[in-house]
Design a binder for this molecule. Structure first.
Ligand code: GLA
Length: 406
């Protein structure tokens, strides 16, 4: 995500490179009779509803204009042949035996999706594909979900698999949970598959009911800022938070037997029982209960075109993630503070799992230039921690979820 790339390279240029590479590598393969297909799946930014998905709650993410693109074709045998344009690496395997320890590591996500399809009784055959992606990695913008969903989309297209969008999202989550071994919720895969241009998506992570919420107009822009801090702690802390939430459910159930997830805890219940909960469980539960309310309030505010209120809710969400859920970091806090110091910035918060990665800000159009000109240089100047790359900001557009490219 370099500054020069504020406008992501046009898709068709990347697609042309992929086709050229595909023909160079697989042009004369025995599969030459099968049609070649291209698919894409985006990364995401979560506007609000953080650490609520695995508690059965609400989230409001948008798909972004950064994506994984794959060009592929069936093979007449069981081989899987992959090539990553970005890493300039190939990977090979057998579709009948998905390999958890495959190298290079990016190919494990592809194997994971094959595995998850097989768990559901699908039997994809061999295939060959080349891929490229411009979702920043390790930045909390769901580059792995984009790769999983792109893979599922490609296999669905190549092998005519009857899979609805939500089913595909669930299957990709399963690949990540049970094959790759990362215990994430459903949000990232769902939005990567189901996003729609110009909208955010309100998802009930328990029922998987969803609806698109139009982002009212272009006078307010979504700006993503990358702290360039590697999210070292994220995996272990994430699992600890999940366990603390489960502990909260276990305790509250003693008094409220209908509670099966934190989603079921109402603000009234929390008020009644908070003082009976040990720390840090009380803080975690308090965050989740209020964050779910904030998601619904943000949707109402968006529908009224009340950006000011949306901004306030983002700010409240960040404070809660920092003080109650304790998944922010000095880098994220600084980025948020700097963003909020720019006149015309309505709200700003960390987005994704936390501990590093990106912030999301709602910025009035006339303030975008100043945001880009001041926030990142000032962040660089004041960062006393080690940076793993270039901190940068970009204005994102809410994009469509995964599609077959015709
Ligand atoms: C990560 C996970 C998501 C979600 C967020 C926190 O992005 O992959 O499922 O839990 O963290 O909201």
């Amino acid at each position: 995500m370099s500054q020069a790339e504020t406008n992501p390279p046009v898709r068709h240029e990347r697609l042309t490179c992929l086709y050229e590479e595909f023909h160079r590598r697989f042009g004369d393969a025995p599969a030459a009779d099968f049609p070649i297909r291209a698919v894409r799946a985006p990364g995401r930014v979560n506007l609000i509803g953080e650490h609520t998905d695995y508690n059965g709650g609400f989230v409001l993410p948008a798909a972004i204009d950064r994506e994984v693109i794959m060009v592929g074709r069936r093979r007449p045998d069981h081989e899987v042949r992959l090539y990553s344009l970005d890493y300039q690496e190939e990977a090979a395997g057998d579709v009948r035996t998905p390999d958890r320890t495959a190298h290079p590591t990016w190919s494990r996500y592809v194997h994971g999706v094959v595995w998850a399809l097989q768990q559901r009784g699908f039997k994809p055959g061999g295939f060959e594909a080349v891929l490229t992606g411009n979702v920043p990695q390790g930045a909390g913008l769901s580059s792995s979900a984009a790769l999983e969903v792109a893979t599922a989309m490609l296999l669905q297209t190549l092998f005519d698999l009857p899979l609805s969008g939500p089913e595909m999202a669930a299957l990709c989550q399963e690949a990540e949970n049970r094959f790759v071994g990362v215990n994430c919720g459903i949000m990232d895969q769902f939005i990567s598959r189901m996003g729609r241009q110009g909208t955010a998506l309100l998802l009930d992570c328990r029922s998987l009911e969803y609806r698109w919420v139009p982002l009212p107009d272009e006078r307010v822009r979504i700006v993503i800022a990358n702290t360039a801090v590697v999210r070292g702690l994220v995996a272990s802390a994430y699992n600890v938070r999940r366990a603390e939430c489960e502990e909260g459910v276990r305790l509250i159930r003693q008094w409220e037997p209908t509670v099966s997830q934190l989603r079921d805890v109402t603000p009234e219940m929390l008020e009644k029982y908070a003082s009976h909960l040990p720390e840090p469980v009380r803080r975690r539960v308090t965050h989740v209960v209020a964050e779910n309310q904030r998601v619904l309030e943000t949707v109402a505010a968006l529908e009224e075109g009340d950006w000011q209120r949306c901004g306030e809710l983002l700010v409240a969400s960040h404070a809660s993630l920092r003080d109650l859920y304790e998944v922010s970091s000095p880098a994220l806090d600084l980025m948020v503070e700097l963003a909020l110091s720019v006149p015309g910035v309505l709200g700003s918060r960390m987005t994704g799992a936390g501990f590093g990665g990106c912030t999301v800000s709602l910025v009035r159009e006339e303030a975008v230039e100043q945001f880009l000109a001041t926030v990142i240089p000032e962040y660089r100047r004041r960062a006393t921690w080690q940076l793993a790359g270039e901190p940068e900001a970009y204005v994102c557009r809410a994009a469509d979820g995964a599609t077959v490219i015709s």
